[in-house]
Design a protein around this ligand. Structure first.
Ligand code: ASP
Length: 331
């Protein structure tokens, strides 16, 4: 007998196969398809983040959630841990600069009531996510970019700091020797943190923050600060976040797509699979790029899927924080 869940799973695989001309190179594992949660179970706080370093973000978020704090406060505090980590070369301080040696950061945040804020190509500020939150809460706008975003941040009391660490500078100088620029992200350079949290009241919030593609063109903005592309939350349905080549995610309005698929009955896992299929369909060189999605629905079920092997994500639920290996299309 084909259960509804199996049917949906097969449907998603079917679209992946169709998008790839009929072959699914690596099938999607059933193992982490869903966290079984009875529909009547009381909502428990949960945090899900892209990549294994998301564990640290989850820890910080869960401290707040366990004390009855809001999903919004938790998600901001969670990603701030990664923004402050100098060793992480794709988020916040220590992030790889653009080809001119400028560290320009992108971030966004979304609250349960649907309000959102974003900053693009923001320089000198360690916590772009907090500036994005101020944009959401203190201005009539959603997105501020470049100098305007910096001016706003300074007016809000944020301090100007040098974000180019010695290590990142050295790597950039090394890169300059050849200056080969191919807008391709390999697995090692995928460090955007996208995070979704659910608080004890079942409210959902999300955030996404990155220094973007290493050695990008000055002024390049990826998917991460674009609401609907790098992040989307709908308090009635769930939330999703993306990592990988932003140019490909934007074409499919990836995170919004994942949430809409969940609204239409897909599990978070099936929704991520179908969104990757859509990305692949719209990007002919998909074999050269990585894109991954994470998702969680209102019931606390989670999922993650990417084009290539190597994508993982961290889920903190039921008192346990753990890394899950995402399933993928290509070995
Ligand atoms: N999505 C980010 C961007 O395109 C990069 C990444 O996640 O690796 O800017």
């Amino acid at each position: 007998m084909v259960t509804r869940r199996k049917f949906l799973h097969q449907t998603a695989l079917g679209s992946v196969a169709a998008a790839m001309g009929g072959t699914v190179l690596s099938s999607c594992s059933e193992a982490n398809t869903e966290t079984p949660v009875s529909t009547n179970a009381p909502i428990k706080p949960l945090a899900i983040s892209t990549w294994d370093f998301g564990m640290k973000a989850n820890d910080a978020a869960m401290k707040i959630l366990d004390n009855g704090g809001s999903a919004l406060d938790a998600v901001e505090a969670g990603v701030m841990v990664i923004e402050a980590d100098e060793k992480n070369t794709s988020v916040g301080i220590g992030g790889a600069p653009d080809r001119d040696g400028r560290v320009t950061l992108d971030a966004c945040i979304m609250a349960p009531d649907g309000s959102c804020g974003s900053v693009c190509a923001l320089e000198y500020i360690v916590h772009p996510v907090s500036v994005a939150r101020r944009v959401m809460e203190k201005t009539p706008h959603v997105i501020l970019v470049g100098d305007g975003a910096l001016e706003f941040a300074l007016s809000q009391g944020f301090k100007k700091e040098n974000l180019l660490t010695e290590e990142s500078k050295k790597a950039w100088e090394e890169w300059k020797k050849t200056s080969k620029y191919k807008p391709v992200i390999n697995v090692e350079m995928h460090d955007t943190i996208g995070m979704i949290t659910i608080d004890k009241n079942g409210e959902i919030a999300g955030a996404c923050t990155t220094s973007g593609l290493a050695y990008k063109m000055q002024g390049r903005v990826g998917d991460s600060p674009i609401i609907g592309a790098g992040l989307y939350v709908d308090n009635e349905v769930g939330g999703a976040a993306a990592t990988g080549l932003g140019e490909a995610v934007i074409r499919a309005v990836g995170s919004f797509l994942v949430v809409e698929l969940m609204r239409n009955g897909r599990s978070p896992q099936a929704a991520c699979e179908e969104a990757v299929a859509r990305v692949v369909k719209k990007y002919k060189d998909y074999k050269d790029i990585q894109v991954g999605f994470i998702a969680v629905n209102k019931k606390g079920q989670t999922g993650g899927f990417s084009i290539h092997k190597g994508f993982n994500y961290a889920v903190f639920s039921n008192g346990k924080n753990e890394v899950k290996e995402g399933t993928y299309l290509i070995e």
